[in-house]
Write a protein that binds this ligand. Structure first.
Ligand SMILES: *Cc1c(COP(=O)(O)O)cnc(C)c1O
Length: 412
């Protein structure tokens, strides 16, 4: 481990409060020029004694703005203290989780996986336009049928076509023969540059893509590409649970990665993480953002610094070994669930490194699905699949009644 290590509650508190002290204090100094302040004091009392023991809530009240990207160039000096924590967080994720070499990555805390994925596609689209004089219709996003809907959303906003690779219904693996045909056709339709999105655990199945399936086909057809990994779901799971995790930054084919802290890390919503190798953020710089010190290379603009602090606090509370144990406990429970489903003869998909189990809907009576809050693949028409996500609140004691009900139902 490079910098990620477990800290005590007191160490965490000291670190956050000392960072807040390095930010501007609107009460101590006269600040006339920024459209920002601490939270409204009539509503959010700053003097409550417990705030002194609550670094995250204090960060909310002081309300630092982390506009822009702080791992490169200049940033707003008013909030330099807490931006330092965000920089540290980005380096921990890049180096200690994603296996980058130290100081080789930029990144920021985005509003979520949707924005982080869009940031990647936006950067590569602009790169292909700027460096290869590409036209919009010559640049495609390539993902799979199991990819998240943020890919078609981004294709729509960025005004470039999307190609969705077929996956096998049982293995959830991309069909290489079909992909070959799809890309042949794309080439005939003048696609010259491709943004590949590789899944590190899909939302519905927890499946993980084989990157070479995409890159082999693209190399054979001599199509130029850049690779982004969507680890919104799996970024804080798969690198810890897989025997030999790939799709990390020690693979030179991969340029950027999305992770969501508001899923498995249980951070507040608004905590997507975008990581990219140095030298690429510039393709998203908006030169017109002249009033922002250091300008802005992010999709979002103003964003709360408290979000970055919350993720940093969680990671530091666990430390790398505590996090490893937490993920392995979830996987242990997932394996328990799969063993029970095997005994009942229920057909399901589970990637061995994943805490997600997706069962064929034909085995799951609707009333049981409803009773246990199990999520279908579609709310519009007939469900094909139902998934269980083994989170920290989903213990074997919670899973057992479901298995018993299911056993009863399958008997009759
Ligand atoms: C949840 C998810 C997203 C989108 O994340 P939001 O945080 O909801 O914007 C993208 N990709 C995958 C694989 C996801 O599971």
């Amino acid at each position: 481990m490079h910098i990620w290590k477990k800290l005590t509650t007191n160490q965490i508190k000291e670190h956050v409060f000392s960072a807040l002290q390095k930010n501007v204090d609107y009460n101590e100094r006269t600040i006339l020029g920024v459209p920002a302040s601490h939270l409204d004091e009539k509503v959010f009392n700053r003097d409550m004694a417990f705030l002194n023991d609550a670094p995250f809530l204090s960060s909310m009240v002081y309300n630092p703005n982390h506009i822009g990207c702080h791992t490169m160039g200049e940033s707003e000096a008013f909030f330099a203290g807490t931006q330092e924590i965000e920089k540290e967080l980005i380096e921990i994720v890049a180096v200690d989780i994603l296996k980058s070499k130290p100081h080789q990555c930029d990144g920021y805390v985005a509003s979520g996986g949707t924005e982080a994925n869009m940031q990647a596609m936006w950067i590569y689209r602009n790169y292909f336009i700027k460096e290869h004089k590409a036209k919009h219709h010559e640049i495609a996003i390539l993902c799979s049928d199991d990819s998240h809907y943020s890919m078609p959303k981004a294709a729509n906003i960025l005004n470039i076509p999307l190609i969705s690779a077929k996956v096998d219904d049982n293995t959830r693996v991309v069909d290489e023969v079909a992909l070959q045909q799809q890309m042949n056709e794309a080439k005939r339709n003048e696609i010259k540059h491709v943004v590949v999105i590789a899944n590190m655990m899909t939302t519905m199945f927890g499946s993980v893509d084989h990157l070479t399936t995409y890159t082999d086909v693209l190399k054979k057809l001599d199509i130029d590409y850049k690779v982004h990994v969507d680890g919104a779901y799996g970024g804080f799971v798969y690198p810890f649970s897989a025997e030999n995790p790939d799709l990390l930054l020690d693979n030179p084919e991969i340029t950027s990665v999305t992770l969501d802290a508001h899923k498995m890390v249980q951070a507040p919503f608004g905590t997507g993480i975008f990581i990219i190798r140095k030298g690429w953020m510039q393709y998203a710089t908006t030169e017109e953002a002249q009033y922002v010190q250091g300008m802005d290379a992010t999709v979002i603009g103003s964003r709360s610094g408290a979000n970055a602090i919350s993720i940093w606090m969680i990671l530091m509370t666990y430390g790398p070994h505590g996090w490893f144990e937490k993920i392995h406990l979830l996987n242990y429970r997932t394996t328990w669930l799969c063993t029970k489903l095997d005994e009942l003869g229920v057909d399901y998909y589970r990637h061995p490194a994943s805490n997600l189990v997706t069962m064929r809907a034909s085995f799951i009576p609707e009333d049981i699905a409803h009773k246990y809050g199990i999520v279908p693949d579609t709310h519009d028409g007939e469900a094909q699949w139902y998934k269980i996500v083994v989170m920290s609140h989903v213990t074997v004691d919670h899973l057992l009644p479901f298995i018993e009900d299911l056993q009863e139902a399958l008997k009759s």
